[in-house]
Design a protein around this ligand. Sequence first.
Ligand code: SAM
Length: 294
Amino acid sequence: MKTMGEQKLSNIKTIKEILERHGFTFSKSLGQNFLVNPGVCPKIAEMGNAQKGFGIIEIGTGIGVLTCELAKRAEKVVAIEIDQRLMPVLEETLSDFDNIKVINNDVLKVDLHQLIQDEFKGLDVAVCANLPYYITSPIVMSLLESRLPIKSITVMVQKEAAQRLCALPASRDVGAVSIAVRYFCDPKILFNVSRGSFMPAPNVDSAVIRLDVREQTPQNVLDEHFFFNMVRASFSQRRKTIVNSISSVMKLPKSDIINCLEQLSISPTVRAEQLTLDEFIELSNLLFTNKQAR
Ligand code: SAM
């Protein structure tokens, strides 16, 4: 039998043959849409910092199509996959590589700080993945909020999620998650991927985004927890003004919020999608100071 290095893992025939031989059936609830377009994985690896001097964390291996492309280019890959049924498949498909470690666990339960310390000594670290769409935002936010020492996060997500995650403040697609992403990193959409590139084909298109993690988050935020609560509250009722949204969610008097907006020369009828990141920061600082003084 040919080794995997000799076979083309990105070839749809090979993928079908492997899955059939292992009696594998796709789990919708785990977001299992596997890449079968040979052009996509090398591009994600190349644009996602898979290179000498880098260790890569991959989330959700499937049968390892992206894992192989990452391992060809980076020093080491640690790949986290929740589905136990894929372990024997990966043993076969990744057998040519000695720089891959597979962890069978839910990524949200893995201590990634510890993992980076244990597995990537002396290396820069990046995350690359074709993410399971049902938990895109929780995964991205947990990677960012835990302040992992990583350079970038390059992930395939639903096209709408890509637009939301990378939206500019004060633009149509912006949401609480876009403000949070911009707080921690510099995001950009790299390229689109059509639904036909996957097996089974999902009923939405996808896009690959890269989030370059900032060395320092904005230094002028008085209380980060209060800031993020206020941003979430601001977007909680999109049709309402932020005065109404913040006061109802955070139980703050409307007059206080209007006062603070006036101090910043912002109209009291403003909506969340009209504010810049700096304006959110200034407003949260004023409201936080007011609250402390009360
Ligand atoms: N990387 C493969 C590819 O591109 O073909 C598979 C991508 S598929 C969209 C998402 C993968 O994430 C699936 O293999 C799924 O089992 C796995 N997964 C789902 N939830 C997960 C979780 N909480 N932790 C780790 N892996 C997960």
